[in-house]
Design a protein around this ligand. Structure first.
Ligand code: NAD
Length: 508
């Protein structure tokens, strides 16, 4: 994370690689166009290491072409009634449902998660399309009559113009949908840059968008990495940036966007703590916690990363989670019965190994060690099995470092107050959860924990599309989050009109 590129970079001309794997194209102004770049990356299936495609690292001039197309499209798109704009989203929803299976397979092949996880991701994407279909009401303003005698005042919401979306690798089918449906339903146009590690899913989604008959230039796709991001951040026509990725890059994108006078919402990394109280239902807690920590191979920004056991929960939870971790079936996500796939790259796997060792060096016990995965038939794949670090020192660096892999650290404390204090010392604030059967403990936790997404007896507190995705602290830079009403506010600017008309009755 945090640096580009992590994969093999190849400098070739397009024709030289056409034969081996498809070279992906950009989608600009309703046309599929080859990039003029000479730099490409291989898109690799992390389970099989098969090269699936070659992605261009597009040029700044290609971002300019996409932004110009979006600016031209904006002129008539913003004049299209909202009730007509959402008709394209209704069609998109139907197409996403129809192609769900094949899209899910693509996500699994390029990203590594299981087919069930890929389908779950797509359901979340579709949910955002559904919510954005409510834009005709969601973007309404308000008014007051007679703010003074014969004078009325209105607040109306208008679209911004050209917006841009920069996505991470871990949810290629969902994360662009936290923003894109709202952006276009509100009357904006947009440029999307997928992660260069997983660009295939968005290629397929753009083909579906094309089938809806959406006017050309309303949504454009530019593949690439840092050059594309920087060109987006500096482009004078692009008004707003929606970014999701690691904290150092989120901070960078937010600063550079702000310096260029753009509106920005930048979601960053996480280190999600979960408190387990002794009165929790241990069987349920263990099952939910295993799904949270090891689902999507721990590569979820809402993955449980640290379990803080309080009092007598230590022994029961530790034994149960160790058993569950050991029995999780790891393999290629397209195969039946597989519960966890690989991590995204060899570099990610090596970084996770290094962090496990760092935990051991700082005094933790590697209770379950996933560093020797041995997956028959997939020996070359980037697998790490579920790993548990017991008795991690709460003051160690690792206790506060995002691992982004299937590693759960266990910390033991004596009181819920100590556990909440530890959570609140953390740099991140994406999610915090509590497992308990006490309403009083739950209320205290909800009230005091410093995180934007809270789970009570929930392991992945992912907000539905009609709620904001509320990261705090270093997990979010900005004020308006993605999804729901906050997305509508982000993608519109308010205009206030104060109006006086001569009283017509006096004229006759
Ligand atoms: P990343 O920060 O490496 O990349 C994200 C995007 O930024 C990509 O499109 C990439 O091309 C671009 N990028 C990378 N380095 C850049 C640079 N130096 N300059 C300009 N652009 C650059 O993140 P990732 O590895 O793709 O995704 C994993 C991270 O995303 C984790 O930290 C995870 O917690 C976070 N994440 C957060 C959320 C959330 O909602 N808060 C959701 C998903 C993922």
């Amino acid at each position: 994370m945090g640096s580009v590129p992590l994969m093999r970079t190849i400098a070739l001309n397009t024709s030289a690689i056409m034969g081996s794997s498809p070279v992906l194209q950009n989608y600009i102004n309703g046309q599929w166009v080859a990039s003029s770049t000479t730099e490409f990356l291989e898109v690799v299936n992390p389970a099989t290491t098969e090269v699936l495609a070659t992605v261009p690292l597009s040029l700044a001039s290609e971002v300019d072409q996409a932004a110009q197309a979006a600016a031209t499209a904006f002129v008539s798109w913003r004049r299209t009634p909202a009730s007509d704009r959402i008709q394209y989203l209704f069609k998109l929803k139907a197409l996403l449902e129809e192609h769900l299976e094949s899209l899910a397979r693509t996500i699994t092949m390029e990203c590594g998660k299981t087919l069930a996880e890929s389908k779950g991701e797509l359901r979340r994407a579709i949910e955002n399309v559904e919510v954005a279909c409510g834009i005709p009401m969601m973007m309404q303003g308000y008014n007051s009559e007679d703010i003074a005698r014969g004078i009325d005042e209105f607040m109306i919401r208008q679209p911004l113009g050209v917006t841009a979306i920069i996505a991470p690798f871990n949810f290629p089918g969902m994360i662009p949908f936290w923003f894109m449906p709202y952006a276009i339903a509100c009357g904006n146009t947009c440029v999307i840059k997928p992660s260069e590690k997983v660009p295939l899913t968005l290629q397929q989604i753009m083909q579906l968008l094309e089938q809806t008959g959406l006017p050309t230039g309303v949504v454009n796709l530019v593949n690439g990495a840092k050059t594309v991001v920087d060109a987006i951040l500096d482009h004078p026509t692009i008004r707003a940036i929606s970014f999701v990725g690691s904290t150092p890059i989120a901070r960078y994108v937010y600063s550079r966007a702000a310096a260029n006078g753009k509106r920005a919402q930048c979601q960053g990394g996480a280190k999600n703590p979960v408190i387990v109280l002794p009165d929790a239902d241990m069987e349920l807690t263990t099952r939910i916690m295993a799904d949270s920590a090891f689902g999507c191979a721990g590569q979820r920004c809402l993955a449980a990363s640290v379990a803080i056991t309080v009092g007598a929960a230590k022994q029961t939870f530790t034994e149960a989670i160790a058993d569950t971790a050991q029995s999780r079936r790891v393999g290629y996500g397209l195969e039946d019965g597989v519960q966890m796939g690989p991590v995204i790259t060899a570099q990610s796997r090596d970084r996770i190994h290094h962090l496990i060792q760092q935990g051991a060096n700082s005094g933790a016990t590697v209770l379950v060690d996933g560093r020797e995965p041995a997956i028959p038939g997939y020996e070359q794949g980037y697998f790490v099995r579920p790993t548990i670090l017991q008795n991690l020192d709460p003051t160690s660096e690792l206790a506060h470092t995002e691992i982004f892999g299937p590693v759960l650290s266990l910390i033991h404390l004596e009181t819920i107050d100590d556990a909440i204090a530890l959570i609140n010392q953390g740099q991140y604030g994406n999610m915090a959860c509590l497992f308990t059967s006490s309403g009083a403990a739950a209320r205290k936790f909800r009230y005091e924990a410093e995180a934007g997404n809270i789970g009570i007896n929930i392991g992945v507190a992912a907000p539905m599309a009609f709620f904001p995705f509320s990261g705090w602290k270093d997990s979010f830079f900005g004020d308006l989050h993605g999804q729901g009403q906050q997305a509508v506010e982000f993608f519109t600017q308010t205009k206030v009109v104060v109006e006086r008309w001569q009283d017509w009755t006096r004229q006759f």
